[in-house]
Design a protein around this ligand. Structure first.
Ligand code: NAD
Length: 334
């Protein structure tokens, strides 16, 4: 029987891995390890036919020829990002890399809407007051209906299109700007021609464009100052698409009413790690956490049972496909 080795196994993946293993127990044997690829594993590849890795740092270029010497021509990375692999070096050695381009756009879309609801109904303030046994009502917790809002969606790809559909379901008016508008969204969104035009008359701006170098600070001070005062900003895209310091200035002058940030441009050292009782060393992040008009979450928009299952199933299906057919669906270096 063929054998797959799965590296970097995290606790939260174990259930999904077990389910995949049970479904394929007659086809393939699966070995799980929490270790990263390298070290002693380089000398233990002879009986392995395929591997899946969840690399977060740069993959060592010298490992590609070692893989092919052992008959392994494919790495299935368990994430969307694959910038940790040198594709030129991998291709030169004949190693294909695959990724998980989309694991659950609905999860991220639903979280963006959840955070919008939190801001417009002030649930973070209500929860905080009630925890202090303050049961009063005041203007700070008087909300608005989503139905009455004009929503601006920046980027109507896999995630933004779903956000648009959910808000449409609430009865809101949905506007969008995308460099490549999607004709299938006719009747759901009204496209405008520029981001400047989008921000002028909306109540909520929700960001769903990639964090590519060209998209650094697409939402900057110039864009924010054109907004109607009282804008809600939701970022579940990448931190760098939004100029955080400009956002803070626009929160201070009331142009932005409140913001929900699931990503932050300098999140690297912080998000996913426990910093309880440790000084953060990032005054901007500390400031965001102290503000009453900002809610921060640690890049969890995607984090659902469905997403974790897909992050396991898609790469393992690709490993099996490569073993059996020498091809896999999500190869990034053809
Ligand atoms: P996608 O590629 O399907 O859609 C992106 C859309 O943005 C495309 O329609 C594209 O034409 C448009 N676009 C790109 N640059 C633009 C610009 N400057 N102005 C206007 N439109 C522009 O991507 P997706 O799957 O919807 O994902 C969007 C982003 O969500 C990802 O790139 C990623 O950064 C982020 N994301 C966040 C999480 C999370 O947990 N918070 C998880 C996964 C992805």
């Amino acid at each position: 029987m063929k054998k797959i080795k799965v590296f970097d196994v995290r606790v939260d993946e174990k259930q999904a891995l077990q389910q995949w293993i049970e479904r394929h127990q007659d086809e393939v044997e699966v070995v799980l390890t929490t270790d990263s690829f390298g070290g002693e594993h380089l000398t233990q590849l002879e009986d392995i036919d395929g591997i899946s890795i969840s690399q977060t740092t740069t993959f060592n270029d010298e490992y590609y020829p070692i893989l092919t010497e052992n008959g392994i021509y494919h790495i299935a990375q368990r994430s969307a990002g694959f910038d940790m692999y040198n594709l030129v070096a991998a291709t030169a050695s004949g190693v294909k890399i695959s990724n998980v381009p989309s694991y659950s756009p609905q999860s991220i879309a639903e979280f963006a809407v959840t955070r919008t609801l939190a801001l417009v109904r002030h649930t973070h303030r209500i929860d905080r007051n009630v925890a202090l046994q303050d049961f009063t009502w005041d203007l700070a917790v008087q909300g608005r209906t989503v139905e009455s809002l004009k929503i601006g969606v920046l980027g109507t790809g896999r995630i933004g299109s779903r956000v648009a559909k959910i808000f449409k379901g609430f009865g809101a008016k949905v506007y969008a700007y995308d460099i490549a508008p999607d004709p299938t969204l006719e009747g759901i969104v009204t496209y405008v021609d520029t981001l400047e035009a989008l921000v002028k008359d909306i109540d909520v701006l929700t960001l769903h464009i990639p964090g590519s170098p060209e998209n650094k600070y697409v939402v900057d001070e110039k864009i924010l100052e054109q907004a109607k005062p009282g804008l809600f900003v939701i970022n579940t895209a990448r931190g760098i698409v939004l100029d955080t310091e400009a956002l803070i200035r626009k929160l201070d002058d009331g142009t932005v009413a409140a913001a929900a940030l699931d990503t932050y441009e300098n999140e690297g050292a912080y998000f996913k790690n426990d910093w309880t009782n440790k000084p953060l060393g990032d005054p901007i992040l500390s400031h965001l956490l102290e503000r009453d008009d900002v809610i921060v979450s640690p890049h969890v928009a995607f984090y659902t049972d469905e997403a974790v299952q897909n992050l396991v199933d898609i790469p393992l299906d690709d490993v099996l496909s490569y073993i059996n057919k020498h091809t896999a669906e999500n190869i990034v270096n053809p």
